[in-house]
Design a protein around this ligand. Sequence first.
Ligand code: IYR
Length: 222
Amino acid sequence: MPPSHVNLEFVPLPPEQMQQNAAAFLEKMRSRRSVREFSSQAVPLDIIQHAILTAGSAPNGANLQPWHFVVVQDQNTKKQIRQAAEAEEQEFYQQRAPAEWLQALAPLGTDAQKPFLETAPYLVAVFAQSYGQLPSGERVKHYYVQESVGIAVGLLIACLHHAGLACLTHTPSPMKFLNQILDRPENEKPYVLLVVGYPAPDCQVPVVAGQKKPLADIMTLV
Ligand code: IYR
């Protein structure tokens, strides 16, 4: 029988090194911006694979890893996704969105047009598995699905940024069309559509979106 537990082999660092690491990571992550103008320049697939493996390392409920990532590089599939997403977005901007929501979005300058869904080299459709399915068809209960997938997507975005790529967390709502276009089973719910690539050379980003709350507003020490 293999052992049920193994030694962690944790390597402690000197506090100065930890402080330097934490500060450097903060600076790195602060330079991340959500991008809506992408270059069509190709990106090596292995970067995306590494980012997805990073996402797959996320802490999650009972280690059941309730996620699936569909990497879309096929131009025709991207076109289908754009058409379906823009149809939902038209509805959103013209009918569904309450005035308050549109007001909150105004500083970002977004609208129903999503050309980046065809321009960017990759779309990563993230699915949350509300339950698992054994090859026999038997269902496996999943725990903390939303939390687990949220953490995984955070790591995915961090790895892509660390690698030198830009992305957009895009959530056309509802996203059910992704199951149909990408042929995913009923137990998988679309969680987010990540648009990945290089920013367009003249890419603009909204100033307000770069303004992050100061520590005093987001942390309490007791
Ligand atoms: N899904 C729409 C609207 C939108 C909603 C939120 I909340 C955002 O932070 C950004 C956009 C769109 O992509 O335009």
